[in-house]
Design a protein. Sequence first.
Lengths: 115, 109
Amino acid sequence: DSGVTQTPKHLITATGQRVTLRCSPRSGDLSVYWYQQSLDQGLQFLIQYYNGEERAKGNILERFSAQQFPDLHSELNLSSLELGDSALYFCASSVTPLAANEKLFFGSGTQLSVL
Amino acid sequence: EDQVTQSPEALRLQEGESSSLNCSYTVSGLRGLFWYRQDPGKGPEFLFTLYSAGEEKEKERLKATLTKKESFLHITAPKPEDSATYLCAAGGSNYKLTFGKGTLLTVNP
């Protein structure tokens, strides 16, 4: 158990809908990362928050947004969903904001299926 | 742009048959080279971090090594429970982490 909690584990929805994925980081970790994993693209970095502030952005679509709350949990909002958004979405956490230096702890992921 | 390429994409071994997985990276100012293990339906689990060329780290049947252009994950006498996808990631001077697409390892009894 990594200590990172993601809910829900599975989400099935229709095109055009909006969903929210939730992540609670490990106790003591201030940094939260969101990744998208698909078979053809591998793990793609979406966005990072550190202590409530956006720290870095990756290949995140404008239809997607995220935030980190004062209690450090984070939410990833996906709107106007398309079939191609179907993927595994992972949250990871670390103590510092320096992903390049420090190991990440990953949650079990949310499997999103857009029908 | 930072790039990480892993090979082979898939590897099938017999129990006890040693082999190596390759991770080639192109990043400016390597800050860390990471290996993760991912089981089906689960998140990646940290294995090793290597920081400089020549460094080696071991854990049970796994040994990771690092050169200036690539890293190897050596698996000695693997067991079926070593079956998983192994991911390599490189952190560059821009402090971003780039993952490879992984090697799916299957160890048959």
